[in-house]
Design a protein around this ligand. Structure first.
Ligand SMILES: NC(=O)CCC(=O)C(=O)O
Length: 265
């Protein structure tokens, strides 16, 4: 299975509309070279451009959905189109990832569960999703997560319990915490014996330099590919059998001890 991670640069120098068209062109360029294409978190606005979340919010089937559904079909790829600020018909905003099939059908939508910012930014502007989401592909099952979710291992265990073997993390991770990004991506791969494909943004938006360094880690924790800091398409070939063989040969997941007794006070 061939995957392309599109580490697109996000900056105020480019309009949202222009970046949407440019991202679609980059997806189309993967035709014949990839089975699965991944975009980062909130690449239309930038993950830290809080003032744009409301103004650029879209309904689920909004402009990004339309452009990306067509790009997936044109390229004939499974497309994780990254996330958009989604305005729910009821009013709240969500940070919602969209996955399209190679015929351009919506295969899944995942509303980010852990919002970043503590008492500001995304944490107050967006509502939290509640649902774990997996997507069955012909040769693997994807588990979806977004950026700050990477810090919460229990979410990934939930995805693994639901059958995930390939964990897709779409992110807008800042350069300032790049060491955490790499460490946590590898940790999630090792502890879950799963592929991790973590796609971030490049460039600087809202004064926040982005880490880039999108990374692909195999179920043994080996880094198969890592991008640099700038815009780049990171290409990698995965063996869809590897999560299962790793879990058979080193069956640590079977040794989980659930329902432990809390310490006595
Ligand atoms: N967009 C995000 O979720 C940023 C997360 C982050 O900066 C961190 O976890 O550190």
């Amino acid at each position: 299975m061939r995957a392309s991670l599109i580490q697109i640069a996000v900056s105020e120098d480019e309009s949202v509309e222009a970046r949407r068209e440019r991202a679609a062109a980059l997806v189309r360029e993967q035709a014949g070279a990839a089975d699965l294409v991944v975009l980062p978190e909130l690449w239309t606005t930038g993950a830290f451009a809080y003032e744009l979340f409301g103004t650029e919010a879209e309904p689920l089937e909004g402009p990004t959905y339309e452009v990306m559904a067509k790009a997936a079909a044109d390229a004939g790829v499974w497309l994780h189109a990254g996330s958009v600020p989604e305005r729910d018909p009821e009013g709240p905003l969500y940070n919602t990832s969209l996955v399209f099939s190679p015929t351009g059908e919506l295969a899944a939508a995942y509303r980010k569960i852990h919002r970043f910012g503590f008492d500001q930014g995304e944490a107050v502007l967006m509502s939290a999703g509640r649902d774990l989401v997996t997507v069955r592909l012909p040769r693997t099952t994807l588990g979806l997560a977004t950026c700050y979710d990477l810090r919460f291992p229990e979410l990934f265990r939930g995805l693994v319990d639901a059958g995930a073997e390939t964990l897709l993390i779409s992110a807008g991770w800042p350069e300032r915490r790049r060491a955490h990004w790499t460490l946590l991506a590898r940790a999630r791969a090792v502890e879950n014996q799963a592929y991790v494909l973590a796609c971030g943004t490049a460039g600087t938006h809202a004064g926040v330099p982005q880490a880039g360094h999108s990374i692909v880690v195999d179920p043994w924790g080996e880094v198969l590919a890592e991008a640099g800091p700038d815009e780049e398409v990171l290409r990698v070939t995965l063996d869809p059998a590897k999560p299962a063989t790793t879990r058979e040969q080193f069956p640590a997941l079977k040794d989980r001890m659930l329902g432990l007794t809390p310490p006595r006070r």
